[in-house]
Design a protein around this ligand. Structure first.
Ligand code: KIV
Length: 266
């Protein structure tokens, strides 16, 4: 695989070719995922739950993210490395610059922030300073205490309209990528059509420009024993993790994943 860049991703969207993203936290899985066809490796702050065993992503620090980003960078074979800004690491502009410096110097090519249009200034200022950003919208796990649980977002006309307007404002501000989590499929499709930048979905239906899953989920591993509706266990019928990740990548590309059973309605 030749190096994945923002230009590559934009061209994929323009050609209607789906983009593959998977969370990744270490060098061996990074190398395995790249060989299997994953184009974006996300060092998600989900590591707080799947690696560290916390019940939310809130305890994760910038130092944790930098450590895992450096591990992933060592195993990477051409994927774009996207790293989450963890809880309250971008609460002020000064903090945002400091956190992004640490993560980019650890090996990230792009950072991900959770929120909406209120992030437009940060997104613009980061882009001006050479840091591409992805904005994670919909169910943003760092706000679980505001939402009162991990619930579908963007249901109802007012919420849907607001999310669409936020997406347009963030694109205008210079966001390189959007990520929609647990959003009704029709809304995710509308947003994906409305913006020129690629939109990656998780629990957002089949019409986004690409898909992401938490690696442990798609390998059928769960601490809680609960599997979210939008997850498919790709280990089923496979004899190795490499084969399961490869099947996931192929299923995103040929659009057999996600299927109707993984979607949320408005
Ligand atoms: O932290 C993470 O793994 C994420 C995914 C759920 C998209 O943000």
């Amino acid at each position: 695989m030749s190096d994945v860049t923002l230009t590559t991703l934009l061209k994929s969207k323009q050609r209607g070719e789906k983009i593959t993203m998977l969370t990744c936290y270490d060098a061996t899985f990074a190398a395995t995922a790249c060989v299997a066809g994953i184009e974006i490796l996300l060092i998600g702050d989900s590591l707080g739950m799947v690696l560290q065993g916390h019940d939310s992503t809130l305890p994760v620090t910038v130092a944790d993210m930098a450590y895992h980003t450096a591990c992933v960078k060592r195993g990477n074979k051409g994927a774009l490395i996207l790293c989450d800004l963890p809880f309250m690491s971008a609460a002020t502009l000064e903090q945002t610059y400091q956190s992004c410096t640490t993560l980019m110097q650890a090996g990230a090519h792009m950072v991900k922030l959770e929120g909406g249009a209120w992030l437009a200034d940060s997104v613009r200022l980061l882009a001006e300073r050479g840091i591409p950003s992805c904005v994670h919208m919909g169910l943003t796990p760092q706000s679980v205490n505001v939402f009162g649980g991990y619930k579908v977002q963007g249901r109802g006309d007012a919420q849907a309209q607001k999310m669409l307007e936020d997406a347009l404002a963030l694109e205008q501000a210079g966001a390189a990528l959007l990520l929609l989590e647990c959003v009704p499929s029709e809304l995710a499709a509308r947003i994906s059509r409305a913006v020129q930048i690629p939109v990656i979905g998780i629990g957002a239906g089949r019409d986004t420009d690409g898909q992401v899953l938490v690696m442990h989920d798609m390998l059928g591993l769960s601490l809680s024993g609960r599997t979210p509706k939008f997850v498919r266990n790709f280990m089923q019928g496979q004899s190795s993790i490499a084969d399961a990740i490869s099947l996931y990548a192929r299923s995103v590309k040929d659009q057999s994943f996600p299927a109707a059973e993984h979607e949320f309605s408005a």
